[in-house]
Design a protein around this ligand. Sequence first.
Ligand SMILES: Cc1cc2nc3c(=O)[nH]c(=O)nc-3n(C[C@H](O)[C@H](O)[C@H](O)COP(=O)(O)OP(=O)(O)OC[C@H]3O[C@@H](n4cnc5c(N)ncnc54)[C@H](O)[C@@H]3O)c2cc1C
Length: 521
Amino acid sequence: MSHDRTYDYVIVGGGTAGSVLADRLTEDPATTVCLIEGGPDDRDLEHVLRLRDWLGVLDGDLDLKYTTTEQPRGNSHILHSRARVLGGCSSHNTLISFRPFAEDLDDWVAAGAEGWDNATVQSYADRIKCNIVPVADKDRNTMVRDWVESAAKAAGVPVVEDFNALTSHGGGFSGGAGFLSIAYDPYTGYRSSASVAYLHPVMDVRDNLTVLLETWVDRVVLDGDRATGVEATDGDGTRVSVSARREVILCAGAVDTPRLLLLSGIGDTAHLREVGVEPRHDLPGVGENLLDHPESIIMWRTSRPVPQNTVMHSDAALFVRRDGSDPRPDLMFHIYQVPFDDNTKRLGYTSPPDGYAVCMTPNIPRSRSRGRLYLTSADPRDKPALDFRYFTDPDGYDERTIVDGLKLARRVAEAEPFRSWIEAEVAPGPGVRTDEELSEYGRRAAHTVYHPAGTCRMGAADDPMAVVDPRLRVRGLRGLRIADASVFPTLPTPNPMVTVLALGERAADLVREDHRREEAR
Ligand SMILES: Cc1cc2nc3c(=O)[nH]c(=O)nc-3n(C[C@H](O)[C@H](O)[C@H](O)COP(=O)(O)OP(=O)(O)OC[C@H]3O[C@@H](n4cnc5c(N)ncnc54)[C@H](O)[C@@H]3O)c2cc1C
């Protein structure tokens, strides 16, 4: 049996950006929206809503579990978690919330993303409904407080109370150590994810918002050069067609949006023919420009139990600038107050017993390696290939950043008061010392900060490798827009979720403006 339904807008993906758009577009009772989400409702999933339990959601039944292709210079075993649940990745991530730097947005404008300048994007970030606050005092444990002090001392940077205050009101920062800002409710410990902040208050309240759950879209329907709807399969295996009077808006994320375009015949014609998909619209940029924030890890056994008060076991960060020619930091570290040991275990390292591990994970805020996502077959059930090409930038910048990070992490561990918490380094261990040894270990133990982006990048209307124009419209087609992390031309320096939320906020305005213009014609 097939259901036929028509709405003004069909949004594919009730994730981070999709939740924002569904809420904002249905503020007007005269506008109808169908939000199609591949996963379940999050409202009664305690383990999803309770932020502290996030590690338990990874690799479980709500995780789409993408893998990477062979990475000759990196780690071929990284599991790229992507959540299949209302709220998307904001329902299983750590909700670390950083505004982008002004220069990150200068980079976007320089890449052809006209209108995505700092003043504009920050004004949309001001509208974000998630409850973003620095880690509450009660959640700041003594070990992490000591770590912040030692990190600032060892790196020669200030202790920062509120990183976002510096980016929104203070002209940015080039270094700093401090507790993170997190989208959560400190009283309950619950997430303030995109679904919690934007969808829960309006679902079952607004007649003009229809949410289809457990419904997986596998094709955008084109009538000539116009997108008219989507085809999907619901949880019972029933085929569903949903039509859009005005637009189909793809918010399926940096992996699933390009995957869906390619399956719909929108992409590089030669590639589509190769895998047996009938080409409908040649757009060679679909799936290219795969970006990430790669990281590595160093782990210690602690001399005494790690205190248990925490928001989500990774409560603070350190930013450092090595290159004085750019005002932004170029090396970032998260601290993990638990063994974050998937990759170290695989390499044969024994993790400390429960409650006796602390890690630092140096990451590359502006990685120079660029990857590619492509289909492996025309079957929508087959996962796409993700070739991140980790550590392949010709100047070795990415590799050098990880080596510098591991060395600085050791200096932090040697500085009091954090030093008193350290019993021994367990991975890579004190025997791994030279740059060559640190590079080899650092790349083999590398992981992702889980920030894939850029695979449908925004660019000038005449840029042949751009997938969307600066108004997020798919180039050369009508009625089809993309609003999620896939449109990022480059990754912002820090964690990207706030930029995705701000993008969702601005996308709603662009959609409404374009509709008004159309009506006025
Ligand atoms: C484990 C983890 C930790 C992270 N931690 C942080 C952090 O602390 N801070 C930060 O800034 N960033 C973090 N990130 C990154 C951040 O969460 C993402 O960049 C951001 O949420 C992406 O938003 P999105 O809207 O592009 O996609 P998503 O939020 O992934 O939304 C996509 C949605 O579309 C649905 N979908 C996909 N395909 C289909 C389809 N074909 N049919 C129907 N539905 C579909 C999915 O189920 C999902 O709900 C983390 C990510 C992960 C995975």
